[in-house]
Write a protein that binds this ligand. Structure first.
Ligand SMILES: Nc1ncnc2c1ncn2[C@@H]1O[C@H](COP(=O)(O)OP(=O)(O)OP(=O)(O)O)[C@@H](O)[C@H]1O
Length: 759
C-alpha cells in the first residue's frame, strides 16, 4: 500500500498545482461575477420599467401584477447567483497563498484515500477534490484522531476509518515552510510556532491548530445552551469565531450571518475580532455591546456604562451601594422581577394618552378596558388586548370623524400637489365622485390622527418607569435595611428627572417592559453568543436571552476575570445563573489549558486567583516576569523608559492601568511617547499604548506593564481578578511597576516565579 507525495518536493509540486488551480478559478469567478452583476442590472432596469405600468384597466392590473411577480423572481435569483459567486470568490481568496494545512491518509472500507484539509474546499471541473473544507465531517478526524481506528460523525451516522497518517503543513505564499507527520491530535511544533509569533493588529483564525477540546465546542450543534468556562488565553474567543464559521457551513441553507449575534465587551474588541470570519471566507455576524443594545431601546435617556460604574466605584463606594449592587446583580433579583411581571397589575402604570395637547384617551378609560379583561390572562396578553381595544375605539372614532366639518373644509382646500399625492396612492380616477369624496375624507382623517396610532403602537399610554418603582417598593431584600432601599428608589426618580439611568435599572426596566408588554423580541436570530459572560448580571443575561427567544445560546467567559465585580464571584453563584435560562439541552465545557502566554507568565498569573492551580500553562519558554518598585514620583518616567526599551524588541507594548483616569493622566504626561487606547480605536496600533484594564479585556500584547500595582491601588479581594486579567494580556513579556509599597498579593507568589527589582 503506497500513499502518494511522500517527499517534500512532491508535496511542493502539489501545492504549486493547487495554487495554479486557485488562480485560474479566481479569474473565472471574477468574470462570472461581472457577468452576474450585468444580468442583475438588466433585471433591475426591466423591473423599474414594468412597475411604471398602466393601472387603469383591470386586465392591465392583473397583467402588471403577473409581470411584477415574474420580475421579482428573476431579481431574487439574480441576486442569489451573485451572492453564491461572491462567496466562492471569498473562499478562493482565503485559500490563496496557503491552500491547506493538513493531510490525512485513511483507509475506509478497504479503500485508501488521501485528503488535504484547508479553510475551504476546492475541486476541479472533473469534481476531484484537491482541498477539503476543515468543516467537512471527515475533516474532524484531523483534529480529533490519533493514528489507528477513528470515528467521525457523518450525515449517514458514525463512520469508522483507519487513520494511517497525519501530516501538518505550514505553507506561506505558496511555499511549504515546514511539514511533518505526527501522531498527536495537533502536534505541539506547529502550535508552538503559531503562538511564538508577534502580536497582530487583529485577531487571527486558529483553523490549522484547533485543539480537541476546542473542536468539541466548535462542532456542537445539539446544545441549546453551551457554556464555556475557560482560563484566560484558553482560546474562548478564537473558538467561538471558528464555531460561527462552522455553523454557517453546517447549516448553509437555513442560516446566514445576519441571524447570528455576538455581544462583545466593547467596540475596540469588536473591531479586533472583525477579520477572523472574513479570513475564513465567511461574512461577519452582527455584533453589539450591551451598552448600545440598551441605549437603542431607551431613547432620550443617558445610560450609565459599565466603565463609568467601575470608575465611580473606585472613588466612592459605600457599603450600602455595594449591597444594593450585589442584590441587583443576583439571580434572586432577576427571579423576583420575572415573578412580579407574571402577575403584575398594570392599572397604576397607565397614563393619559395626549394628542395635540389634549387628552385623547384618559388614564381611567384605559384602566377600565384593562380591568374588564379576564384575570387569568397572562400579563403580556392582557396588555395586547388592551392595545387592541384602544385601536378599535380609535377606528370607530375616525369613522365618525370623517363627517366632521374640518374634514370637508380640508378636502375643499386641498392643493393640487396634495391631491396628486393622494391620487398616487389611492388611484381616485377609477371611482365615482361621491366615493372619491369618501376616500379623501378617510385619507385625511387617518393622516391627521396617525400620531395617535403611533402612540398606541409604541405604548405611550404606559409608564414602565412607574411600574418599575412599584415593583421595587414591594421588595424587601433581606440584606438591605428598608430605609436604604427606599432611598435608592427615590434616587431613581431623581435620576429619571435628569434623564439618567444606572445600568442595573436600565436593564431591569427594559426586561420588565418586555415581560409585561410582550414586545421587543427578535424572533429571527438563531444563535446568540455572549463573550465575557462574567461581566453580565443574572438579569442582563435573562433579558438578552428573552430578547432573542429562538436563539441557541453560547455563553463564554472566565469567572476569574471578574474585573467589574467587587467581591469574588463564587463558581456556584455563577452557575446558578443558568437556572434563569430556559434551555433544555445545556452543556458546560471547561478549558484549563492556556495558550496565549509563555509558561513563565501563565505560571505567575494563575497564582493571583483562587482556582489558579487548575490552569495549565502552555510549554513555551520565556523570561520570568519582573516587578519593579521605587520612588513614587519617578514611577511615570521609569515606566515610560521601560516601555521604550521593550518596544525596540517587541511590536506592541501595553501599559495597563486600573482606571481610565490613570490611563488618561499618563497619556497626557507622556505626550507623543505613548498612545491612549480608547474604545473607538479600530486596531491595536504598534508601539506603546496605555489603556485601562477593562478595555484590555480579550486583547493581547507582546509586552505588558501592569502600572502602579501598589497596596493603595490593589487591596480588595476583587482586585486579584484585575491583576490576573492584566497579567494574562501578555504574550511574551510581563512587568509590574509600583511605588515603594507593592500590593500584598505579590508577597504570596512562589519563589522564582517573579523577580523583584528596585528602580
Ligand atoms: N488552537 C489554537 N491554535 C493557535 N492559537 C491558539 C489556539 N487557541 C488559542 N490560541 C491563541 O491563544 C490566544 C488567546 O486566545 P483567545 O483570545 O481566543 O483566548 P480567550 O480564552 O478568549 O482569552 P481571554 O479570556 O484571556 O480574553 C490567541 O492568540 C489565540 O490565537
Amino acid at each position: 500500500m503506497q500513499f502518494p507525495n511522500e517527499s517534500k518536493q512532491a508535496e511542493q509540486r502539489r501545492v504549486d498545482f493547487v495554487t495554479q488551480l486557485i488562480e485560474q478559478q479566481l479569474q473565472e469567478t471574477s468574470a462570472d461575477i461581472d457577468k452576474a452583476q450585468h444580468e442583475r442590472r438588466q433585471v433591475e432596469l426591466n423591473f423599474g420599467a414594468n412597475t411604471r405600468a398602466n393601472y387603469i384597466e383591470t386586465d392591465d392590473i392583473i397583467e402588471t401584477n403577473a409581470t411584477l411577480q415574474q420580475q421579482r423572481q428573476l431579481m431574487t435569483s439574480a441576486v442569489s447567483n451573485e451572492e453564491i459567486l461572491q462567496h466562492k470568490e471569498k473562499e478562493l481568496h482565503a485559500l490563496e497563498g496557503s491552500p491547506y494545512f493538513g493531510r490525512i491518509d485513511i483507509q475506509e472500507a478497504g479503500e485508501n484515500d488521501t485528503l488535504y484539509i484547508g479553510t475551504a474546499s476546492l475541486s476541479d471541473e472533473n469534481g476531484e477534490f484537491w482541498v477539503y473544507d476543515w468543516r467537512a465531517p471527515i475533516a474532524s478526524i484531523y483534529y480529533n484522531g490519533t493514528l489507528g481506528t477513528v470515528k467521525y460523525e457523518s450525515p449517514m451516522g458514525t463512520q469508522n476509518v483507519d487513520l494511517q497518517r497525519k501530516r501538518q503543513f505550514s505553507i506561506r505564499q505558496g511555499h511549504i515552510d515546514n511539514m511533518f507527520d505526527t501522531n498527536e491530535t495537533i502536534g505541539d511544533e506547529i502550535l508552538k510556532n503559531a503562538l511564538g509569533q508577534a502580536s497582530s493588529a487583529q485577531m487571527k483564525n486558529i483553523v490549522a491548530t484547533i485543539q480537541q477540546s476546542q473542536n468539541q465546542i466548535i462542532r456542537d450543534t445539539k446544545s441549546e445552551l453551551l457554556i464555556v468556562q475557560g482560563a484566560a488565553g484558553s482560546g474562548k474567543t478564537s473558538t467561538i469565531m471558528q464555531r460561527i464559521a462552522y455553523l454557517l457551513y453546517h447549516s448553509r441553507q437555513q442560516l446566514n450571518a445576519e441571524q447570528i449575534i455576538l455581544f462583545s465587551p466593547n467596540n475596540l474588541f469588536s473591531n479586533y475580532i472583525a477579520e477572523v470570519l472574513p479570513s475564513l471566507g465567511e461574512n461577519n455576524m452582527r455584533q453589539v455591546t450591551l451598552q448600545t443594545f440598551l441605549a437603542r431601546r431607551l431613547h432620550g435617556l443617558k445610560i450609565q456604562t459599565l466603565f463609568e460604574r467601575f470608575e465611580q466605584e473606585q472613588t466612592t463606594f459605600a457599603v450600602s451601594t455595594q449591597q444594593i449592587r450585589q442584590y441587583k446583580d443576583s439571580v434572586e433579583f432577576a427571579q423576583a422581577l420575572q415573578k412580579y411581571a407574571q402577575h403584575a397589575d398594570l392599572s397604576s402604570a397607565f397614563t393619559d394618552l395626549i394628542f395635540e395637547g389634549q387628552v385623547f384617551f384618559t388614564k381611567k378609560q384605559i384602566q377600565d378596558i384593562y380591568q374588564q379583561l379576564p384575570q387569568a390572562l397572562a400579563s403580556a396578553d392582557k396588555f395586547l388586548q388592551t392595545k387592541n381595544h384602544l385601536i378599535k375605539q380609535l377606528q370607530h372614532f375616525l369613522h365618525e370623524e370623517e363627517q366632521a366639518d374640518w374634514v370637508i373644509d380640508a378636502i375643499d382646500n386641498l392643493s393640487s400637489s396634495q391631491y396628486q399625492a393622494i391620487d398616487q396612492q389611492e388611484h381616485l380616477e377609477q371611482y365615482s365622485s361621491q366615493k372619491q369624496q369618501h376616500i379623501l375624507a378617510r385619507y385625511l382623517v387617518k393622516q391627521h390622527y396617525l400620531p395617535v396610532y403611533d402612540a398606541i403602537y409604541n405604548d405611550y399610554f404606559f409608564d414602565v418607569f412607574q411600574l418599575y418603582q412599584h415593583f421595587l417598593s414591594h421588595l424587601q431584600p433581606a440584606a438591605i435595611t428598608p430605609s436604604i432601599w427606599q432611598e435608592m428608589i427615590v434616587e431613581i426618580s431623581a435620576n429619571l428627572e435628569r434623564h439618567y439611568l444606572q445600568l442595573d435599572d436600565a436593564t431591569a426596566i427594559l426586561y420588565l417592559q418586555q415581560l409585561v408588554t410582550g414586545s421587543g423580541q427578535n424572533q429571527r436570530i438563531k444563535y446568540l453568543f455572549i463573550d465575557e459572560m462574567q461581566d453580565y448580571s443574572a438579569l442582563q443575561l435573562a433579558y438578552i436571552q428573552n430578547s432573542f427567544p429562538n436563539a441557541k445560546l453560547t455563553l463564554l467567559g472566565d469567572i476569574e476575570q471578574n474585573v467589574y465585580a467587587h467581591d469574588t464571584l463564587s463558581q456556584q453563584r455563577f452557575y446558578n445563573l443558568t437556572k434563569l435560562l430556559p434551555h433544555k439541552k445545556s452543556t458546560l465545557i471547561t478549558l484549563n489549558q492556556s495558550y496565549r502566554a509563555t509558561a513563565a507568565i501563565t505560571n505567575l498569573a494563575k497564582q493571583f486567583i483562587p482556582s489558579g492551580a487548575k490552569i495549565q500553562a502552555f510549554n513555551r519558554s520565556g523570561k520570568t516576569p519582573i516587578l519593579f518598585s521605587g520612588d513614587e514620583q519617578e514611577l511615570p518616567n521609569f515606566t515610560l523608559k521601560l516601555a521604550q526599551q521593550q518596544v525596540q524588541k517587541q511590536r506592541r507594548v501595553a501599559i495597563i492601568t486600573k482606571t481610565n483616569q490613570q490611563a488618561q493622566h499618563l497619556a497626557e504626561f507622556w505626550g507623543d511617547h505613548a498612545q491612549l487606547l480608547q474604545e473607538q480605536h479600530t486596531k491595536i496600533p504598534q508601539g506603546i499604548v496605555v489603556l485601562p484594564v477593562y478595555l484590555a479585556k480579550g486583547l493581547e500584547f507582546d509586552s505588558v506593564i501592569g502600572y502602579d500595582v501598589s497596596t493603595f491601588n490593589y487591596h480588595s479581594d476583587g482586585d486579584c481578578g484585575i491583576l490576573y486579567t492584566i497579567a494574562t494580556r501578555a504574550l511574551h513579556k510581563l512587568f509590574f511597576v509600583c511605588g515603594p509599597q507593592r500590593a500584598t498579593i505579590f508577597n504570596q507568589v512562589k519563589p522564582h516565579s517573579l523577580i523583584f527589582k528596585k528602580f
